[in-house]
Design a binder for this molecule. Structure first.
Ligand code: 5GP
Length: 176
């Protein structure tokens, strides 16, 4: 049985929405100390495009997190594999996530970051799957709401594959 990649959100739709989010963030963070924190690995493509759509000076940080193994269901356990390079006290943090699924990862990161006393902390996610929510988290800036399908591309993987697809896609089994 082979696999078929079916586009859910096209490259053009993503680029248009990311530019809108960038414009929104530009308005909201004028005059503030904006720090974009990309949650690795999945957010690296989104963060790269989003940062270039923001017309403000900002700092960029990455946070390494492991919440999934090779499978496709949440373990509920969030492990920090790489921390920020500098303190965030007094800064305006935007956590940049590829997808909010159960909400467990973002909930954990919000709790962790609040102990470091930033001036503000918001969440920007490209995708949200509300059907799988286990804990309600605020998604202050959201690209798209999607149904309960496992998606790949635009930074998102399936066992480390497909991160370089320019669209958000679904992997389907096919006979041929
Ligand atoms: P949560 O903690 O909200 O359940 O999961 C967040 C993380 O799970 C995401 O950052 C992502 O790494 C992974 N994840 C959740 N849903 C999907 C999906 O549909 N596709 C992929 N590739 N990863 C997902």
């Amino acid at each position: 049985m082979s696999q078929r990649i079916v586009t859910l959100i096209s490259e053009e739709e993503i680029q248009k929405r990311v530019k809108e989010l960038g414009a929104q963030l530009t308005e909201a963070y004028r005059g503030k100390h904006l720090v974009l924190v990309g949650v690795l690995k999945g957010s690296f493509v989104f963060l790269a495009d989003l940062a270039r759509a923001i017309d403000l000076p900002c700092r960029i940080e990455f946070l390494g997190v492991r919440s999934y193994g090779e499978g496709t269901t949440s373990s509920g356990v969030v492990q920090i594999t790489q921390d920020l390079s500098r303190p965030i006290e007094g800064e305006d943090i935007v956590l940049v996530e590829d997808i909010v699924d159960t909400g467990l990862t973002i909930a954990h990161l919000l709790d962790l970051f609040r102990t470091r006393h930033p001036s503000s902390i918001k969440v920007c996610a490209l995708l949200h799957k509300p059907a799988r929510t286990r804990i309600q988290v605020p998604v202050d800036y959201l690209g798209f709401t999607i149904e309960d399908k496992f998606v790949v591309g635009y930074g998102l993987d399936w066992a480390e594959k497909y991160r370089n697809l320019p669209s958000i896609s679904v992997v389907e089994a096919s006979e041929s």
